[in-house]
Design a protein. Structure first.
Length: 470
């Protein structure tokens, strides 16, 4: 076995050492999740975040009605990524997702950067979903009760408002729920997933007869580049399978159930997104969908009576559920980094209910501030770039671990090696390069800040934790 650390900054922990570090941590998460729980949590994130938020923006600004093809393309890429996740999650079933896998394959510095990017991804994603929830909540109040909230309290400063107050308040409510035991969160999630799936099927069934083929003409107004750009923005839709991976230490049988939950989540997402985006762009002209509540926009003019009201209310519930899962994921990832010493270990302290309370409060507050003050299009693109970067490194990690630990037990194996991870890597790179230059600038700044944190704090403290010091 390799030593836990060597003198290089690119030190790597073997999978055995990663597992040992998890077992030796001071805080302990409770193993109470099964296969159905994991799949429900993944689907909860997917159908609650992107499907009610990103579909309209991507159609209006990137792909037009061809957004359907964009989701098919992104779905194919992320099925490949999910297969890579499946192998690594079955070998290293601990919290941290791509961060932990990178530690076991690429070394400490790449692992920290991946974790740092995922923190950005989750914090910004929760902000984006809360902005979408706010838009749907405001639309629901107006549709059902004729109540119009002041624009100053429902828009960011860049949109002419003061603060998006509903977005801030819903994040604080989610933080309060997550302060409890994860088993309660899982039970609530399964109920909300059932409601959400019902709503999506209702949207498809009710919206299909109102489709006007004229709205699909032209089908590809932005050409092939628009389809690829829509797929890149649509990456937001597939965060759910990463949420499944972050829950490894709360899973009763992670080696068996994690790969199942990850792959099932992606497949369900691809089908739902393609179907719902086809209905939305068929019901309403795609340029009108560039809002934080595209479902409300598309169905608001159809005068559907109580059915329309039900769609509005259930959409609000579905978005809240997706937000719950994203905030959950960001705390579990950060928990793993704190336990490894790369971030302050005191933040990983768990409460009596087994939840990392300090991290939940800290990251929830950061998400609330971003949600209250930032437009949705800015945060959505930043989420996607962070996710694509982490997913690309997971694809590289699968190939490296086959060489570094070829005899290691793999309860789930990626088929057609190395074709699948190479295609996953190529897909992530191809989607990432379509994102805006401003997004890349913000991404670069975040990476530089992360390197400062690593060399100023993480490098020294990770070494002390690995050597058994305090």
């Amino acid at each position: 076995m390799r030593p836990a650390l060597n003198t290089a900054n690119w030190r790597r922990r073997s999978t055995s050492e990663v597992m040992a570090a998890s077992a030796a941590g001071e805080g302990k998460l409770r193993r109470s999740l099964g296969r159905l729980d994991l799949t429900a949590m993944g689907v909860a994130t997917i159908v609650g975040s992107g499907i009610f938020v990103v579909t309209g923006v991507a159609a209006a600004t990137k792909a037009g009605p061809a957004i359907v093809l964009s989701f098919v393309l992104s779905g194919l890429v992320f099925v490949l990524v999910a297969l890579c996740y499946g192998e690594l999650s079955s070998m290293v079933p601990v919290s941290g997702s791509a961060y932990t896998y990178s530690y076991a394959t690429l070394g400490e510095i790449p692992a920290f950067i991946v974790g740092w990017l995922l923190i950005m991804e989750y914090v910004v994603a929760s902000s984006a979903v809360s902005i979408g929830w706010s838009g749907m909540f405001v639309a629901t109040l107006k549709a059902l009760f004729g109540v119009t909230l002041p624009a100053a309290l429902t828009s960011s400063p860049a949109e002419g408002g003061v603060i998006n107050l509903p977005a801030v308040l819903v994040i604080l409510a989610v933080v309060a729920v997550l302060a409890g035991e994860v088993k309660l969160t899982a039970r609530v999630t399964k109920v909300l997933v059932a409601i959400t799936i019902g709503v999506l099927l209702l949207i498809i069934a009710i919206g299909a007869p109102h489709i006007d083929p004229v709205n699909w003409t032209p089908f590809t107004p932005f050409g092939l580049s628009g389809i690829v750009g829509g797929a890149a923005l649509g990456c937001f839709a597939f965060l759910g399978f990463d949420i499944v991976a972050t829950s490894a230490e709360e899973c009763r049988n992670p080696r068996r159930d994690l790969p199942f939950g990850i792959i099932a989540t992606v497949l369900i997402a691809a089908v739902l997104y393609a179907a719902v985006s086809a209905v939305l762009t068929g019901v309403a002209p795609y340029p009108t969908l560039n809002t934080s509540a595209p479902v409300a926009t598309a169905f608001g003019a159809l005068n559907l009576g109580w059915v329309g009201d039900l769609i509005f209310v259930a959409s609000v519930v579905a978005l809240a559920k997706g937000l719950l899962m994203i905030v959950y994921g960001q705390t579990r990832l950060s928990y793993a980094m704190c336990r490894d010493g790369l971030l302050p270990a005191g933040l990983a302290t768990t409460s009596r209910s087994g939840a990392p309370l300090r991290l939940t409060l800290l990251l929830g507050t950061a998400s609330a501030l971003i949600a209250g003050l930032t437009p949705i299009i800015v945060v959505a693109e930043l989420v996607n770039l962070g996710a694509l970067s982490a997913f690309a490194l997971v694809a590289v990690g699968v190939m490296m671990l086959r060489r570094l630990e070829p005899d290691r037990e793999r309860p789930f194996r990626v088929p057609f090696m190395p074709v699948v991870p190479l295609l996953a890597l190529a897909g992530c790179v191809a989607l990432a390069v379509t994102l805006a230059g401003l997004t890349w600038a913000a991404f670069t700044i975040w990476v530089v800040v992360g390197l400062v944190v690593y060399f100023g704090y993480g490098r020294r403290n990770a070494a002390r934790v690995a050597s058994g010091g305090r």
